[in-house]
Every structure is written in C-alpha cells, then in structure tokens.
Design a protein around this ligand. Structure first.
Ligand code: ADP
Length: 771
C-alpha cells in the first residue's frame, strides 16, 4: 500500500491545545491518549514486559499502571491463556489478532477481548470489556445474503446502497452513509441507510479541508476507526513518551487511539454520540468511507467491527468491477443512442433534422441538461439551455477563441464573463464544431453543480461561534464546499468527448457525401447540356443545309410553273390551268415554310449582338412598320407605362414584338381589336420559375382576341404548330412563335402565355438584367 512520503503533522504539538488553526498539523497518530472504554498495555518486543499502560487500568484490573509497568502479562492472565498469548507474539504484525481472555487475577474475573498487534517496536495488547450476554456474531447465511446483494448490484450507487444497508443491519447504527471523495478531495454523501426520524444527509457535500491530510494518510493504513462514546475523557498513557524514542508510541493501528478534539467537536455539532468509519480504498487511494453514526453511545463488539471491515474490504475489492460495469453500461448506452441518431442523420432528407426530430435526439446521447444545434444561422434547442441569444454569443466566443474541433469545459464562467449569466444551465459546455467559419456547432450543456445538489439547509446562514470562529457543522461544511465549486458543472468524461467527436466526423461525412452527390449531379447536367447544345447545333446546321438546298429546285419548280402558265395557258383546258395555279401556290407555300425553317435554324447559329436597347423606341419602331396592317385590321395599340433601356439584341427583339403584335391583331374576331404592350409588374416570374424574378425584365403583349385553350398553350410554341387552318384568321406557317421563343431563349429568357379562351391572351417574355 502506498505510504505518504510527506509528513503532514508536527510532533511538537503533542500535548498542546488543538484549535482550528493548528488542527491541520495535529499529530493524530501519537496522541499519547486512549479512549477509556477499554485499557491498553504496550509490551517491549524484546522483553515482553509492559512499557506503557493506559492510566485507567485500575478501573478494569484493580491494578495501577505503576503496578503493571515492567511486568509481563502473567499479572493479569492465568497460565493457560498466557501460554497461548505468548505463543502468538512471534506471529504478530500490524494486523490485529483476537483472543477472548478472563482476567484471572482481577477481583470479579471479568471477561475481555484481547486485541494484539505489533507496531512501532512494541507489542500492543488492547483489552475491550465484553458484555455478558454477547452472542456469537458469525451469522454465515446473513453474510452470504449480504455478499449476494453486493455482487448483484449493477451500478455503483446500488452497490453503495447495498453496503450501507448491510452495515446498518449488522451494527444497528442510526445512520450509515457512503461518503465518496471527488478528484479535488471534497466529499459527497452518495448513499444512506438511516432511522426514519433523522434528517437525510444524502447529497451533502463537504470540502476537502474537513478531513485533514494526516487523517487521510492514517485511514489508508487503518481501515476502521471506532468511537463508542464521543463524550469520553481521554486517558493518558503512563508514561506518555516512550523512554526509547522520547515520543508517544505510534497508535496508527491501535483500536483505542484517542481522536482529535476538533473531530469530536464536529461530531457533537452534528448530534452524533458514537461513530465508526471504514475506509474504502481503491488502488492505494482513499475512494471513500462508510460512515456510521449513532445519537447515543454505542459499543460495537470487535467481531462485529471485523465483520464490517470484511464488508468494507470486499466492497473495496469489488468496486473496480462495479465502476467498470457502470462505465461500460453508460458507454454502451452512449454508443447505441449515437448509432441510432447517426442512422437518422444519414437517412433523413435534411440530415440536421435527424438530430432533433425523433427520439433519441442529440441531447439523449450524453448525460446533460440540454443541447443545441446551431446550423445555417438557426438555433434549435433541446432541454434546459441558455437563451438563443446567449447561445449565439457562445458560438461567437467559440469561433474567436477555440481553434479545436471539439471543446469542453466544466466551468465556462471561468473562461468568459458570458459564462456567468448562463451558469445555471451551462456551467459545463461541450462543443463540437461542424463548420467554424459559418458558426455551425453542436452543443451540450451541464448545469452548475450547486443547482443540482439538493439539501434543505443549503441556503441557511453560516453560524459563527462567540469568538468569531466558524461553528463546525455539516451546514458550514456545505457552505465551504459550495464556495469551491461555484460556477462549476460535473466534468465531461473522455467517452463523452469522444462521442461528440464521432458525431462531428459522421456529420462531416454525410455533408461530404451530399456535396459529392450534388457535384456529380451538376457534372452530369453540364455534360447533358453540352450534348444537347451539340445536337441542337447539328440539327440547326442540318435544317439550314437542307432548307438552303431545297430552295434551289423549289425555285425551279415555281419558275417553270409560271412559265407554263404564261406561255402554254391557251394550250391547256381550264382544269389544267387550275392545276398549274395550285402548283404555283403550293410551291410558294413550301418556300414560305422553308424560309421559316431557315430563319429558325439561323437563330441557333448566329450570335446575338447585345447592346443598350431603348425598349420604348424599339416598340415604337415596330408599331411604325406595322402601322398599315394595324390600321387595315382596325387595331389600336396602347403602350402602357414607361419602358426601360435594356441590354439585348434589338434586331431579334424587334422580330419578337413583330410576331406578337401580328398575332394579336390576327387572332381576333372582335370588331375593335385592342393591344396593350408594357413592362410587367415586378415579381412576375416565368413558367420555369427557377430563377429569381428580380433578375429579369418581363414584357407583355396583351390582346382582346380569341384566346387560347389551356391545352394548347404549350404546343403553340412548337414549330409549324397551328391551331387554325390557313384560311382562317389569315394564318401563317405556324413558325412565328417558335422563332420568337428561340430568340428570347437565346437571350436567356422565357416566352410564355396566359390566356382564357374567348377573352384574349397575354404573351410574356423575360430578358435577364445581366446578360
Ligand atoms: P402563325 O404563323 O400560324 O401565326 P404562330 O407560331 O405565330 O403561327 O402561332 C401559332 C398558333 O398559335 C397560331 O396558329 C394561332 O392558332 C395561335 N396564336 C398565336 N397567337 C395568338 C393570339 N394572340 N391569340 C390566339 N391564338 C394565337
């Protein structure tokens, strides 16, 4: 077992008055005093003669210390018992050995338990009186049940609860509690078995200073301390100092060792009259203590104390397993919830929603009070968290001060003044950065420890004694402890920090996958696009070549038909002339069709000549040209509102307007035909609607004509698609709208129609503001 290298005590304080100011150096292992419920003899290792006797021997044996000093144990024991004891001498160590003895030479031959051990160059013989009605305590079935219960516990807290309950059952103490030390050496009552009428101490915290270092060092060596009556008057050793070492003998392992008066005062203030404490030691470190308290004096037999010690040692031995069990269970829980959550993140359309829409949420992965998801400028909170404002400030702070991907603190208030305001819910912060520059973070919060500690007395006033010294009591202890943990949360465990890291990496993977998919999609779109452009170009050049080459023979057919009509008309009968005329008309019609096709294919092949174009002027020009036709058909045109100057190819736009105006005047059966032209109000979007309407100028040409059936509103834009026969409404080739559409699209805009059959049509086209 590790022995402390430093001495925390001051031997000069032997026999001095111990106060709150010097108690931290009190040499508690060499008090030179014993508790008087038994008596003690120290024998020389060599001579086996008494070197020290406690001053109270007379009370138990009828002999004064002076009568015993220099004598062997034969003064007290009969020969048979003496032989047994003497036979034990060579085997003695620091571990006590027990014998039942009768003081043959004392008047009423009382019965004692003799507890023997070897330490500090002495053989220690401690005599504890035995009650006559004491029964045997080794109840094996009960012990078996105790062990079974302790073995079955799956959490450390259950394990502690089982241990304290058993110790209380065995000893009958009014209160048995498990007191656990934290890393900062402060303590907390984590399990308790008590008589109903007592106030609970569960959850109570004590500052490290409540148990001085030298006491902790001693608790590591001597596992069990016992004070059956705190109101005892300490009995000195005679002589106090060992003649060989000139100091009192080292009572570290003595059961009768008298304890510090400060400790006694502390117990008295707690209303405790008898106490027993058992160390819980793990890896040579004091993990905690089983504390037993009673409100009246209570003598617990050595055997029962040994049994409790057995439980304490078994507890210590099993503790590691229980802690591991608990840790693995928690780890498993964290991993399972994490896996669940990440699966959602991977399958949800919007991966961020996978973090909070279903249970388990991000908050459930780790033990915490609350969590927040800061993503895409939004803050989503889960559970108990600071306000959204505070979270945004925290994220800013993280962006500025923390270069790491994962950050954790159990006291954010100690790092930033921001932390003070949010300490109630977020003294502890665990942050996982998804993207630092954009402020995308996952956050977990833990409340200030003090907020989670429940104890009725925690807000009570600190009491002071008359001389101004603090009055020692659990309440004061709590207040002292509270000061040391202000603004602090329970620390984040490595496995929790690891989980935060894993979630971060997984989300980064998901984002990368989404990004890659988008990129792949964009790449395939652009490939398709260029293929489409290429085949469009090919089609255009095919149409151009074909129509160009067709024109030549067609012209010939046309010309020869005219010649025939002019030169041979009289040789033909009427029917022959009529057929020739049809041939001329058909060839003309075919030429018109071929011209349209040529025009159409040319648009694809020619580049636009973009320039500043005053639309008002442009529209006026087109109307000027169309004036005779409009007048002829009785059409009035209104230019509504101002028209802007835009960047466009004016030649093409003129053709677009020309076509729209011509159609508007053509496809009407009203006696007064009316056309309105203007710029559409802001926000008018094209049918594709993929781009923002603010990025386009939209113009319209509205008529009060025949309108278009919704089922044809798309097909009219296809080449050679006509809704009416040639004869009706003086129809054209059916290429006008297709050409106009292609011109608008060449600009990057759209051409579409809104119309109600019989009520007129409005044709819209958009031209991008930035060409
Ligand atoms: P066309 O040269 O035959 O006018 P377009 O391509 O310009 O060919 O028009 C295609 C068809 O769309 C027309 O045949 C007509 O039926 C219909 N159309 C075009 N403009 C209008 C309009 N303003 N009102 C009603 N129908 C229209």
């Amino acid at each position: 077992m590790a022995q402390p290298a430093v001495s925390f005590t001051d031997e000069r304080l032997v026999g001095a008055t111990i106060t709150l100011t010097n108690c931290d150096r009190e040499p508690i292992h060499i008090p030179g005093l014993v508790q008087p419920y038994g008596f003690l003899l120290c024998l020389s290792e060599d001579t086996h003669r008494v070197v020290h006797a406690s001053a109270n021997t007379r009370q138990f044996t009828g002999l004064e210390p002076a009568d015993l000093l220099g004598q062997g144990l034969e003064t007290l024991l009969g020969p048979a018992r003496l032989a047994e004891v003497v036979a034990l001498y060579p085997t003695l160590t620091e571990a006590p050995q027990l014998l039942g003895v009768r003081l043959e030479h004392a008047a009423d031959r009382p019965f004692f338990k003799l507890i023997l051990h070897r330490h500090d160059g002495l053989l220690w013989a401690e005599f504890e009186p035995v009650e006559e009605d004491e029964v045997s305590v080794l109840n094996l079935p009960a012990l078996n049940a105790t062990l079974t219960q302790m073995l079955g516990a799956t959490t450390v807290l259950d394990f502690c609860q089982a241990a304290v309950a058993q110790v209380r059952d065995i000893t009958g103490f009014a209160r048995v509690a498990m007191y656990r030390f934290a890393a900062d050496e402060s303590g907390e009552v984590i399990a308790e078995a008590k008589r109903d009428d007592l106030d609970p101490l569960l959850g109570l915290h004590y500052p490290a200073t409540d148990i001085p270092q030298q006491a902790r060092a001693m608790y590591l060596k001597n596992w069990l301390r016992f004070i059956p009556d705190i109101d005892y008057v300490p009995t000195p050793l005679v002589p106090v100092r060992n003649p060989a070492s000139s100091r009192p003998p080292d009572m570290t392992y003595a059961v009768l060792r008298s304890v510090s008066p400060i400790h006694i005062e502390y117990l008295r203030n707690m209303g405790v009259a008898a106490t027993m404490t058992i160390s819980v030691i793990q890896d040579g470190r004091l993990w905690g203590m089983i504390m037993c308290h009673h409100d009246s004096p209570r003598l617990v037999s050595f055997e029962l104390r040994e049994l409790c010690l057995f439980i304490g040692k078994t507890f210590s031995a099993l503790l590691h397993t229980k802690e591991k069990l608990e840790q693995s269970a928690y780890q498993l829980r964290v991993q399972q919830t994490q896996a669940h959550l990440l699966e959602r993140v991977s399958t949800e359309d919007n991966f961020i929603e996978g973090l909070y829409r279903h249970t388990p949420t991000l908050r459930d992965v780790i033990d915490c009070g609350g969590a927040a998801i800061c993503f895409d400028k939004e803050v989503i909170v889960l559970g108990d968290t600071p306000s959204e404002m505070q979270i945004r400030e925290l994220v800013q702070w993280l962006q500025q001060h923390v270069p790491d991907d994962v950050f954790h603190t159990d006291s954010f208030a100690s790092l930033s003044p921001l932390g003070l305001a949010m300490r109630a819910s977020a003294s502890g912060v665990l942050a996982s950065a998804l993207a630092r520059d954009t402020g995308d973070y996952l956050l977990w919060f833990r409340p200030e420890l003090l907020q989670t500690v429940t104890w009725a007395g925690k807000h009570a006033k600190v009491q002071k004694m008359e001389d101004g010294q603090l009055f020692l009591s659990p309440r004061q202890s709590f207040a002292a402890w509270a000061q040391t943990v202000d603004n602090t949360a329970a620390p984040w465990q490595p496995l929790e920090i690891e989980a935060a890291q894993k979630i971060r990496l997984h989300i980064a993977d998901v984002r990368l996958k989404i990004f890659n998919e988008l990129q792949a999609r964009a790449a395939s779109l652009s490939r398709l696009n260029s293929e489409l452009t290429r085949s469009n170009d090919e089609l255009d050049s095919f149409a151009y070549v074909a129509s160009h080459d067709l024109k030549e023979p067609l012209r010939g057919i046309h010309n020869y038909s005219i010649f025939l009509l002019e030169d041979y008309a009289e040789l033909l009968d009427e029917e022959g002339v009529s057929k020739l005329k049809t041939l001329v008309r058909l060839s003309q019609r075919m030429e018109a069709l071929i011209d349209s096709l040529l025009q159409m294919s040319r648009i694809g092949r020619l580049d636009l000549e973009i320039q500043a174009t005053d639309m008002k002027e442009l529209v006026a020009g087109v109307l000027d040209l169309l004036h005779p036709r409009l007048e002829q058909t009785g059409t009035t045109v209104e230019v509504r509102g101002p028209l802007p100057t835009i960047q466009a190819d004016p030649v093409r736009l003129r053709e677009v307007f020309n076509n729209l105006f011509t159609n508007a005047s053509k496809y009407s059966d009203k006696p007064t035909k009316h056309i309105v032209v203007g710029q559409a109000p802001a926000g008018k979007a094209g049918v594709r609607g993929a781009t923002h309407p603010d990025d386009f100028y939209v113009f319209y040409v509205q008529d009060n004509g025949i309108g278009i059936d919704p089922k044809h509103q798309e097909s009219i834009f296809r080449i050679f698609r006509r809704l009416h026969s040639q004869e009706k409404y003086g129809g054209g080739t059916g290429a006008g709208l297709a050409i106009a559409k292609k011109m608008v699209e060449k600009h990057g805009g759209e051409l579409w129609v809104e119309s109600v059959l019989g009520q007129g049509s409005t044709f819209y086209f958009s031209i991008p503001k930035n060409i």
